[in-house]
Design a protein around this ligand. Sequence first.
Ligand SMILES: [Zn+2]
Length: 186
Amino acid sequence: MVLGCGDLPFDYLEYLVSRLDVPLLYVPGNHDPSLKPPDMTWMPLRAELPVPGPQGCINIDGRVFETHGFRVAGLGGSLRYKDGPNQYTQAQMGRRALRLEVSLRLKRGRNGRKLDILATHAPPFGAAEAKDAAHVGFVAFLRMIRNFRPVLAVHGHIHPYGRAIPERMIGPTRVVNAVPWRVIEI
Ligand SMILES: [Zn+2]
């Protein structure tokens, strides 16, 4: 599968999904436009609106998606540092993560595991070297990793600028920075 961890041009994601015969799951980054569906309150029923975001790709922001026998959950966006879409305070992301945790717990787990892969734009708190407010990462991701012990937590947002960023472990979970791109074998 392909996991897009945000801040990637939509036409690039569409190119990838058209060339590779595998599902492409993605979350939006803080530099992506809002993917919230438009307000349909006053639209006639059955009005067809184009799905926002890259076509042929699956937006897993705040959702659980199962593919290839893996249960993948996604949370897009970064810490709020200015006005704009896909930015959240720690408390706002905490609530988004909690909603996801509830739906994960409702599902029957495989091999005793209810989550295999957590795909996020921002890193879990403390996992990246960055200390500034925009890049420090979310406490809620750390909590999800500790609670669900997925095999993999993959994130974007932190640009290594040519340096090799080592993988980290949080318990049994591999934490991988996918910027600019990574091949990950599970
Ligand atoms: Zn970002």
